[in-house]
Design a protein around this ligand. Structure first.
Ligand code: GRF
Length: 203
């Protein structure tokens, strides 16, 4: 399956997806054919270029509305024959119209054990709540932010002296395993999103 990855930043999850899908030993059902960033200086673009993957910058600031930005994203993905979209640190909220076009075919990685700590400041919320376990979740994207059915989760301990930086680092190491795993499950048809919004697993 052809995969498009949307990024805004460092792209360490993108790198994990590249490493997985290009590893001949993994015989992946997914191939990344396009990386789109809304920021022209995203380090992830360099990672994609180094892997010989087509890149594109679509800057949200060039569009008068969220709807027009999302249309440009959609058109670029369709033009590249993308079948699955991965949000890998893409820091824009997508419109319901865009999401509905990719329902069941779009994944996001979130740095908490959902449904706890949804939203942009997950690590800060985790530390403020003084919970002892955190982790990451890879889920289908639905209109409710961080609200879709979960495919893969991994946990990590929250340590007494953790800062957002140390916790994020520990969680990211798990994201880099969980996201390729989840992409593989979707691309190989072992999981799909049911019309009731729940994941359906094949035996
Ligand atoms: C990750 O922590 C991810 O969970 C969140 O954004 C971050 C992206 O990091 N959605 P990177 O760009 O993949 O390094």
């Amino acid at each position: 399956k052809k995969v498009g990855v949307l990024i805004s930043g460092s792209g360490t999850n993108l790198q994990a997806l590249i490493d997985h899908t290009t590893n001949p030993g993994k015989d992946s059902a997914a191939v990344i054919s396009l990386v789109i960033s809304n920021k022209s200086d995203a380090l992830g673009l360099k990672r994609a270029e180094a892997a010989g993957i087509q890149t594109m910058v679509i800057n949200h600031k060039d569009f008068a509305s969220r709807a027009l930005f999302d249309e440009a994203l959609h058109d670029a993905l369709v033009a590249a024959d993308v079948e699955i979209v991965c949000l890998a640190g893409f820091m824009r909220i997508l419109t319901g119209k865009f999401v509905s076009k990719w329902t069941g075919r779009m994944l996001n990685v979130h740095p908490s054990l959902l449904p706890a700590f949804k939203g942009a400041n997950a690590h800060q919320m985790v530390l403020e709540a003084r919970v002892c376990i955190s982790g990451c979740s890879v889920h289908f994207v639905v209109e409710e932010v961080d609200g879709g059915a979960i495919l893969v989760q991994e946990s990590v301990p929250v340590l007494p002296n953790d800062t957002e930086v140390t916790l994020a680092e520990r969680v990211k190491a798990k994201e880099h395993e969980a996201f390729p795993h989840a992409l593989e499950l979707l691309a190989s048809g072992r999981v799909m999103l049911g019309s009731d919004g729940k994941a359906i697993w094949q035996n």
